[in-house]
Design a protein around this ligand. Structure first.
Ligand SMILES: [Zn+2]
Length: 326
């Protein structure tokens, strides 16, 4: 793909600031990865700004002489408004309010664009990945929480204040399991990686899953990974948890699809690493939940293609998006 200029020596840099790690990449004009760097994400705003500047400088020196970097895109985990301000970051609480674009732009010599990390990942999937050339898509990341991005008519849909696409906090069960946001019964409390663990803990407390519980050494060690592994190995009670989990995932996706009518739903995040276990169950339940599923064009549900680098790849593409913020 072309990043906006015809010169093959043009490149762009993207830096994805996640809750635990920060990844910087440089993409060539064809969307090819030229180099990358990864660091733990520091907690404070000032240290995050310093880290971004140091990654910019290190990656720039590495490719100097071979390509010209034409823009820097920054993806950051949290609510990013249309002015580029990080309004709320549950996983980077000390960085709430950070205006990273305004702090970086005067100190480097290329334009800076800032967006939410899931919006960046969606951009990477529609330009380079699983939803390439699709105009209407939904990207949902099932990780510690649930990230989301809506692609409408070929563009990431931002909403009235820039923070659209947070399906994890749709309420699916009033008075249900507690969510990290403080509410009860959010979709995220059932359908994220944490949700898989929540469902397993509930079953273990009811006397099920004893083999998995023993393997984890108690409730603290009862993880989604252990449940998935046990299900792979044929443990019927673990399979029942995976079945229930797939239903919760499918229910939320069907709610989103009822509202948005996407052509493709792209699922990312750690859970999707076990796609052969979860994918077919999610697709089957989804058909059951979706209104009029027998009478409408089928929605494709696909695993994300860009992997954990999707946010950084998408950040590189921000400079090509009309209306990107800085
Ligand atoms: Zn919530």
């Amino acid at each position: 793909m072309n990043l906006g200029k015809t010169n093959i020596d043009v490149a762009s840099m993207g830096i994805d600031i996640g809750g635990t790690k920060t990844l910087g990449v440089v993409l060539g004009g064809e969307g090819n990865l030229l180099t990358q760097l990864r660091f733990p994400t520091p907690p404070s705003s000032s240290k995050i700004v310093e880290l971004v500047l140091s990654i910019y400088s290190e990656l720039s020196s590495e490719v100097a002489g071979n390509v010209d970097i034409c823009s820097l895109g920054i993806g950051i985990a949290g609510l990013v408004d249309t002015s580029g301000q990080l309004r709320r970051a549950p996983n980077l609480v000390e960085a709430d309010g950070l205006r990273i674009g305004e702090m970086i732009a005067p100190r480097i010599d290329v334009p800076v664009h800032v967006d939410n990390d899931a919006n960046c990942a969606a951009l990477a999937e529609i330009r380079l990945g699983a939803a390439k050339d699709v105009d209407n898509a939904l990207l949902v990341t099932l990780g510690t929480g649930i990230g989301g991005a809506v692609v409408a008519n070929g563009n990431v849909f931002r909403g009235g204040f820039g923070v659209a696409g947070e399906p994890g906090h749709m309420m699916v069960h009033p008075d249900g399991i507690g969510c990290a946001c403080g509410a009860n019964g959010c979709w995220e409390a059932y359908a994220s990686g944490t949700g898989l663990r929540n469902l397993a803990v509930r079953q273990a407390k009811a006397g099920k899953l004893q083999a998995v519980l023993q393997e984890g050494g108690g409730f603290e060690g009862l993880t989604g990974e252990l449940v998935s592994q046990a299900a792979f190995e044929g443990d019927q009670e673990a399979i029942a948890v995976v079945d229930e989990y797939a239903k919760w995932v499918a229910m939320g996706l069907a709610n989103c699809a009822a509202l948005l009518d996407p052509e493709v739903i792209v699922l990312g995040g750690g859970v999707i690493g076990s796609w052969e276990l979860f994918g077919p169950k999610i697709c089957e339940s989804f058909e059951g939940f979706l209104i009029g599923s027998q009478h409408r064009s089928s929605v494709q549900i696909k695993p994300a293609k860009m992997g954990e680098a999707a946010g950084a790849f998408g950040a590189c593409l921000l400079g090509t998006v009309h209306g990107a913020t800085g």
